[in-house]
Design a protein around this ligand. Structure first.
Ligand SMILES: [Ca+2]
Ligand SMILES: [Ca+2]
Ligand SMILES: [Ca+2]
Length: 658
């Protein structure tokens, strides 16, 4: 078989590699600039916040709002203010008392219209909007984000609170009364309506094209329609009490919303639910009542309260331990373990529960540590980690226990404690092991040197010093000492195997052995046979240069090259090996004064038979003219990497002209 390769010297290839690197650098620099400029932009907003008092500083709320800057507070004393207040910057607007600080739109327009993010309005009676859409107690428009409306009495408006394209806002602890529509969502997502009373309206909550809102802990009572929904998906409703003429109204029925918070947290109270409560559990199939109806409350296709409450819900504090997981299940006495406790807030208030971890044996509970969780929001969970130093624990099995709460007002305490995860404490012990033995090649010629990587580990509970011997069959390659290997750590040892004196024509298995340390019982893992190496005799002349001639780039013989051109050399390699071999072909060129003009090479797989290489080297303009010489040879690899020549060197002469 004849194969042909053309290789031009390295000089020609270098340019191409640089370009992709430059391109990558440019992209990185661009990204860094983009991110670093972001915080700078946000920092510019702040100024010293002020508090403006109405009517002391301004007699009208609107005038106070107009004179305020973002971040300021407007405090409004008790009184009745007939105004339509427009808020277009991030302000906190607070009434002195929600029943005596009254803002009245006088039957025209909206009471508060919010065009900005981070606005807070609280402690007001908000009343008297105009009739007809969109006149509201609080009207949010134009992508308002992160506003909070809390502790207001919002009454006698056409719409209580109207959210249009508003996101991430909170409507909490308000009395929303006597409206055509209590809380009205249009194209608004990710908002939370929590713990409000919404009653005596035509429709309590109305949602159009609004996804991912959370409606929890509200009393929705005495409305003609409790909740009306059209084309809304992914909203969550739980812990609401619904007592209405029509509980829900769906203008479309293909969209899925969630109507409970799982078990045992439960769903909502529906005054028209007619199920019984004689079973309990996730599947409501265990005898015993649990306050949750035994059959789901079906609202519509894709809309089911799986865990309806039997009685009105008034308390929504509930934290729970979900899991207790140790970092290891077998530990020696004195080992330090990490214990991960997952705590969840399945209530509807932000809580700050404490969490404690214990180990328990024979009903004796020993505290490991106590931690507290800051601001665990409704529906959130977090992982609390504890470190357990087992020095004081006797040998044996322990159950891990975690407790959280109880928090104020919490009724469901059964989920506040969880026994989960078992740890066995065992006596400290000695154990070293060989984890892997990897030779750098599976096939070498006699005389080649290869590396053998051995990974050893200390899997016991004391620091250890020991020897590691590597063998090929029954012969020792090398013995090395490992001193003070730390508990639980690994070490990679690299052995060098010179095969000059190894009998060729055989396959040797490679084995590593760690010497037993004092007191070690488990010796099975001290020995590892992993990998084999075939040592072959290097048949001289098996792969040799049979012909070397100066040529043109097509391989036609040439006797001379001009300075400043490329000289080509045709090397014919003949392989009589019976298999393909990795071969390095080198060509060195010297001018008439024995100055090196360079080396060009090819390294790759060569098939049995004849292969032709045409290798080019630039003839520098500074080369000496006259009779020059070229040398070529074949190697197993570069000599500096332990390579050996396959055959004798070949040479030829040519003329350098000019
Ligand atoms: Ca039940
Ligand atoms: Ca609980
Ligand atoms: Ca061992």
């Amino acid at each position: 078989m004849i194969a042909c390769f053309i290789v031009i010297g390295r000089v020609m290839r270098r340019e191409k590699r640089v370009l992709p690197l430059k391109a990558i650098s440019l992209v990185l620099i661009f990204l860094v600039c983009t991110f670093s400029s972001f915080p700078l932009w946000r920092l510019r907003v702040t100024a010293d916040p002020r508090t403006i008092v109405v009517p002391d500083d301004y007699s009208a709320i609107q005038w106070a709002v107009d004179s305020a800057s973002a971040g300021d507070t407007v405090f409004v004393r008790s009184g009745t203010y007939f105004e339509n207040v427009v808020v277009n910057k991030a302000l906190t607007i607070t009434g002195e008392n929600s029943s005596s600080t009254i803002v009245d739109a006088g039957g025209s327009g909206s009471v508060f219209t919010v065009y900005a993010s981070n606005v807070r309005i609280g402690n007001f009676t908000i009343q008297g909007s105009g009739t007809g859409y969109p006149n509201s107690g609080i009207l949010m428009v134009n992508s308002s984000w992160w506003c909070v409306f809390r502790d207001n009495v919002i009454t006698h408006n056409f719409i209580g609170v109207l959210l249009i394209s508003a996101y991430g806002n909170i409507v909490e602890r308000n009395q929303i009364l006597s409206a055509q529509y209590g809380v009205y969502f249009l194209n608004s997502g990710g908002n939370r309506v929590l713990n409000n009373t919404i009653k005596s309206s035509y429709q309590g909550i109305v949602m159009f094209s609004s996804p991912s809102n959370t409606i929890a802990g509200n009393n929705i009572r005495n409305n003609t329609v409790g909740i009306a929904i059209s084309a809304c998906v992914g909203n969550t409703f739980y812990y609401n009490n619904l007592v209405n003429l029509y509980q829900t109204m769906f203008y479309s029925d293909i969209y899925a919303n969630t109507w409970d918070n799982g078990y045992p947290a439960g769903g909502n109270y529906w005054s028209d639910y007619r199920g019984r409560d004689v079973y309990k559990g996730q599947y409501q199939n265990i005898t015993g009542s649990d306050g949750i109806g035994d059959v789901p409350y079906q609202l519509k296709v894709n809309n089911t309260d799986n865990f309806p409450y039997m009685n009105p819900i008034s308390v929504f504090h509930d934290v729970a331990v979900l899991s207790v997981v140790p970092s290891v299940s077998n530990a020696y006495q004195g080992q330090v373990l990490t214990i991960s406790v997952v705590v969840a807030n399945i209530g509807n208030y932000t809580e700050r529960p404490s969490v404690s971890a214990y180990y328990v044996s024979d009903s004796t509970e020993v505290l490991i540590n106590t931690a507290s969780v800051a601001n665990l929001t409704a529906g959130a969970q977090t992982v609390v980690t504890f470190e357990w130093n087992t020095s004081a624990a006797a040998m044996g099995d322990y159950v891990l226990r975690a407790k959280t709460g109880p928090i104020e007002g919490e009724l469901n305490l059964t989920n506040n404690i969880l026994d989960d995860g078992i740890v066995t404490i065992i006596e400290p012990f000695h154990d070293v092991a060989v984890l892997s033995v990897v030779p750098s090649a599976s096939k070498v010629y006699q005389g080649q040197t290869l590396n053998i990587s051995v990974v050893v580990a200390n899997v016991g509970s004391y620091p250890e010093t020991f020897d590691v011997i590597v063998y090929y069959d029954e012969f020792v390659i090398e013995q090395r000492n490992v001193a003070n290997l730390a508990i639980g750590s690994q070490l990679t040892l690299v052995y060098s195997w010179n095969t000059s004196n190894v009998e060729p024509g055989r396959v040797y298995s490679i084995r590593a052995e760690a010497s037993a340390v004092v007191g070690e019982v488990n010796l099975d893992n001290n020995v590892l046979v992993d990998g084999s190496v075939k040592v072959r005799s290097l048949a001289l002349d098996a792969i040799r240069i049979s012909q070397l001639v100066p040529s043109d780039h097509l391989g036609n013989p040439a006797s001379s090259f001009n300075r400043g051109t490329i000289g080509y050399f045709k090397a014919v390699v003949n392989s009589t090996s019976d298999e393909s071999e990795i071969v390095l072909v080198t060509v060195n060129v010297y001018d008439s004064s024995s100055v090196s003009l360079g080396v060009v090479s090819f390294k790759g797989m060569i098939m049995p038979g004849t292969s032709i290489f045409i290798l080019g080297i630039p003839i520098p303009t500074a080369a000496h003219s006259g009779t020059a010489r070229v040398y070529a040879n074949t190697f197993t690899d570069w000599p500096f990497k332990g390579g050996l020549p396959y055959g004798p060197e070949k040479s030829a002469t040519f003329q350098i002209l000019g």
